[in-house]
Write a protein that binds this ligand. Structure first.
Ligand SMILES: [Cu+2]
Length: 319
């Protein structure tokens, strides 16, 4: 199979102010005057590396184009995922365990029991949940140096997950920061609210502002969870969505298409982890839901009730 990966050695980042300790000498010299003018403190947003991930498909192969815009260094990483394809796509991240190569992770994905194989070699590490063609989802994550992979699990009418058609790509983060340094980084801008995933539900605002910055965290004692936003179709209700998800447990699955369209969110995270996302939700009625499979039943968490309704508004209307 062809892995149609494309890497663009992006242009060098323009040096800007940064509060991290992993400064290269050149960057230090270039930014010395800025740093002098704006001394670092604990509340300064950390400079973020930016990674652009584009999802594409052509009916035969699906792929990611990953443009790291130069080196991605340990600390805050802004991930801009765009869907340039014809189908829904996601960009779920995994952190490969130390010593696991990307080649091994790829072999795991193509093994007879891929989920067991790759979860033995990696941990879920956020990213962007599915978006429709033409849409985008931006997330911020605190990343330590290491090897990561971007994976799309969405499947089309043929039932073949996109990662088996080539939609998987590596991402390398260089450098190491101390835990207290990692804990201090956060994106610029005001956080409009916090969304916690736990105990097969979400604790979250009932109104989400389109374009605002939100913190997402998995605060569960043990389970991995993700945050999907689904925009309810006209006339459909949260109860309709819950019933549809419950039907995922039926033999043969749901008999109808979902009563919503996917609208981004934050990828699956380990308990205790999280990040930030910029909500990209046009005004309307939505559900937040989790499709991570349950350890015991194999059912998506949404089929077990992890579905919460909310309303999206624009700041214009919210006046
Ligand atoms: Cu979940």
């Amino acid at each position: 199979m062809i892995h149609a990966l494309s890497f663009t050695a992006g242009k060098q980042r323009t040096a800007t102010k940064r509060a991290g300790t992993a400064l290269g000498l050149a960057a230090l010299l270039a930014t010395a005057s800025l740093i002098a003018a704006t001394p670092a403190n604990a509340d300064s947003p950390t400079r973020a590396s930016t990674v652009d991930i584009i999802g594409t498909d052509n009916g035969v192969t699906d792929s990611f184009i990953v443009d790291t815009n130069g080196d991605v260094t340990a600390g805050l990483v802004k991930i801009r995922f765009s869907n340039h394809g014809t189908m829904d796509h996601q960009a779920q991240l995994f952190r490969l365990h130390d010593g696991v190569t990307y080649a091994k992770f790829l072999a795991d994905l193509h093994s007879s029991n891929p989920f067991v194989a790759f979860f033995a070699d990696s941990s879920a590490f956020g990213g962007a949940t599915p978006i429709v063609p033409g849409e985008h989802q931006t997330v911020w994550e605190v990343m330590q140096g290491g090897t990561y992979a971007v994976v799309c699990f969405v499947s089309g009418s043929d039932g073949i997950p996109h990662f088996l058609k080539g939609m998987v790509a590596p991402l390398t983060v260089t450098g190491q920061l101390a835990p207290e340094e990692l804990a201090a980084v956060h994106p610029a801008g005001e956080v409009a609210g916090v969304i916690n995933a736990h105990d097969m539900t979400y604790t979250m605002p009932s109104v989400i502002h389109n374009g605002a910055l939100y913190r997402y965290q998995d605060t569960d004692a043990q389970d991995i969870h993700e945050l999907n936003f689904g925009r309810l179709l006209p006339g459909k209700t949260v109860a309709d969505a819950k019933a549809w998800f419950a039907s995922l447990a039926n033999p043969g699955g749901p008999s109808e298409p979902p009563p919503f369209t996917v609208s981004g969110g934050f990828g699956a995270e380990l308990p205790g982890n999280g990040g930030w996302l910029r909500a990209n939700v046009e005004p309307g009625n939505y559900v937040a839901f989790c499709l991570v499979p349950d350890d015991q039943t194999g059912l998506p968490h949404a089929a077990m009730g992890m579905v919460v309704g909310f309303t999206a508004v624009s700041d214009d209307e919210d006046g």
